[in-house]
Design a binder for this molecule. Sequence first.
Ligand SMILES: *Cc1c(COP(=O)(O)O)cnc(C)c1O
Length: 380
Amino acid sequence: MVTIPPRLLPADGRFGSGPSKVRPEQVTALTAAGATLLGTSHRQPPVKNLVGRIREGLAELFKMPDGYEVVLGNGGSSAFWEVATACLVERRAQAAVFGEFGAKFAAATARAPFLAAPQALRAEPGAVALLAASPGGDDPLGPVDVHATVHNETSTGAMISPRRAPSSVEAGALTLIDATSAAGALPVDLSETDVYYFAPQKVFASDGGLWLAIASPTAIERAGRIEADATGSRWIPEFLSFISALTNSRANQTLNTPAVATLVMLAEQIDWLNTQGGLTWSVARCAESAANLYRWAEASEYATCFVTDPAHRSTVVGTIDLAESIDAQAVVAALRENGILDVFPYRKLGRNQLRIAMFPAIDPADVKALTKCVDYVVSG
Ligand SMILES: *Cc1c(COP(=O)(O)O)cnc(C)c1O
């Protein structure tokens, strides 16, 4: 076993892309909530106020435009793919696919018997595919009414700037952004989106199992119409009803019981981000971490950035390929023995790679320390 000298080690060894590092202050808040919130009814004011604090905190963090609303429900981002498929896609979706997560939403809409096959805009892992104008009526499957993309592809470490596709507003099409690993750490102009959705176990340093969506009036109107018109051809289970989630969220509740501890840690992280300087601060902190990582890789003789275009290199999830002569799995294992955790690549990508989360909870100095530790293990 390689023993990394303690002076090289990061102060905190958690670099996983989700669940991701929880700050000690969040755990302290959990202890403080021990007798007042934990183990109490989510239908009573204390937990409802906690949900209200989350909804207001997110509105502030994202400078939410008028008329947009914060909606939440149980089941994580994966559940929201099904909610969107059931309640937001009218006839056909367009999905940008440049990694596993984008592919999953495309697959969800492909499985729905009441929708036409999606238009998938594909790019190789490590590159990005951008949303495009809807195909015209001459496309055999017809135009699209939803444009969907991920903001940050957690499986490959490629990011984009969310922007509406050309003529999509005129065409009345919605723009849905899976921002699960981006929200709260990458820049966004919500007016370029109709639904910006995410889960708490990445940037928000909490546990999984919840979805959060910031929805535009157009998206809310669309769901209301689809759900009101749903006939035998489209069965919308109540658990997947966007309008049911919206109605509960407006009352600072969820359809069914949420994990109260997850809400406490989430609220704590949102407040922390807002107090530190909001999204601008968070974006800059992650960019500093990313600069530490990518500068090291560019100078290294054995490490290279997997995402070739620097503009699309994620500042929240970094992917670093190692030379063939070095076994990345062995490096990951040696780091783990020294308390540096979860820097393995996305399982289905199958590359000789390290994947390093750089969410705002992670100190940029710790990212720098991690690079020194990798050098130590490799030269070992
Ligand atoms: C992690 C992740 C998901 C899945 O989130 P769950 O809450 O586990 O369902 C979806 N999309 C992206 C981009 C992710 O990073």
